[in-house]
Ligand binder design. Structure first.
Ligand SMILES: O=C(O)c1ccccc1N[C@@H]1O[C@H](COP(=O)(O)O)[C@@H](O)[C@H]1O
Length: 208
């Protein structure tokens, strides 16, 4: 199971967390986020894939940031349409599309296919477009029958491990590609706690 650590915005902390060799590091380019990434983070090892997170951003803004930060993937975390995702994907960048989950989501209504997205990220619906710090009932993913792989996200913490381990062994996790962690592993917005992440990663690695 792959690991994505999201909301990095500090050079020193990012390099320190990079030593753990996560599969993905995420950088938030939505200005209203408390984790907004202003500076270009340098010297991240090439085998860690860099994900840029955008919320209803302009096409040109996304393309500019992809080039400036040498991003490998973009995570579209707003109300981006399937057509918009397809246009971004045509630039040869992989697209992760966020789907906000509450108890009413009907997966049959998902109108994104493999032409427009490479992955989904299932996150909890909340006041903010992302980073709300709350989990959703993962059992709802029993209703997900598409073959597009997904990142599981939304308020995941170290305390969730027993529940997460059970979920990952269940049928609902069949297409789960990665676990995405963010606010629950922070000392302050954008600054991640290395020890907590290490502990979580070790548990996850035992399942690989
Ligand atoms: O974290 C943010 O500030 C944020 C802002 C706008 C869009 C996305 C954002 N973060 C993403 O939300 C998920 C869930 O975060 P959390 O675990 O609930 O804190 C996170 O992984 C980011 O991909």
């Amino acid at each position: 199971m792959k690991l994505k650590i999201c909301g990095m915005n500090n050079q020193e902390n990012t390099l320190s967390i990079s030593e753990l060799q996560p599969d993905f590091l995420g950088f938030i380019f939505w200005k209203d986020s408390i984790r907004f990434c202003e500076e270009i983070i340098e010297n991240i090892p090439d085998d860690i894939l860099k994900v840029g997170i955008f919320v209803d951003a302009d096409y040109n803004d996304i393309v500019d940031k992809v080039i400036a930060h040498k991003l490998n993937l973009v995570q579209l975390h707003g109300n981006e349409s399937p057509d918009f995702c397809t246009e971004i994907r045509k630039t040869n960048i992989k697209v992760i599309k966020s789907i906000k989950i509450d108890n009413e989501l009907n997966f049959n209504e998902l109108n994104y296919n493999k032409d427009c997205v490479d992955y989904f990220i299932f996150d909890t619906k909340g006041e903010l477009p992302g980073g709300n710090g709350t989990t959703f009932e993962w059992e709802i993913l029993n209703d997900y029958n598409e073959d597009i792989p997904f990142f599981l996200s939304g308020g995941i913490s170290l305390n969730d491990w027993p529940k997460l381990e059970k979920f990952l062994q269940s049928k609902a996790a069949k297409n789960c590609f990665a676990i995405d962690i963010n606010s629950q592993f922070e000392e302050e917005p954008g600054i991640k706690n290395k020890q907590k992440i290490k502990e979580f990663q070790e548990k996850l690695n035992q399942m690989r």
